[in-house]
Design a protein around this ligand. Structure first.
Ligand code: SF4
Length: 76
C-alpha cells in the first residue's frame, strides 16, 4: 500500500516535529502552521506512519493513496 500524508492545519499546534524531521517535505506557512511542500516526493510508508503517530496533536492524517480512504494510524 502507498500512503499519502496531509496536515490538518486546524489541528496543528506548530510543534515543528514534522518540519524538523523532513524539511524537504514539510514547512511552516506565514502563520507558523505546518503545510506540505508542493511537489515534494512522498515519504516511505513506514516513515509516514511513524511521523503521523508522533505528531502531538494528531494533525498528520494518512490516506491510502489509491482509494483516498483515511488510514487508522494506530490500527495498522
Ligand atoms: S508534528 Fe504535527 S503539530 Fe507538529 S508541526 Fe507537524 S503537523 Fe503540526
Amino acid at each position: 500500500m502507498t500512503y499519502r500524508i496531509e496536515v490538518d492545519q486546524e489541528i496543528c499546534v506548530s510543534s515543528g516535529r514534522c518540519v524538523a524531521e523532513y524539511p524537504e517535505r514539510f514547512r511552516f506557512d506565514d502563520e507558523e502552521v505546518a503545510e506540505g511542500v508542493p511537489g515534494a516526493p512522498p515519504l516511505p510508508d513506514d516513515a509516514t506512519l511513524r511521523l503521523a503517530r508522533a505528531c502531538p496533536s494528531g494533525a498528520l492524517l494518512v490516506f491510502d493513496a489509491q482509494s483516498g480512504d483515511e488510514i487508522d494510524i494506530f490500527g495498522t
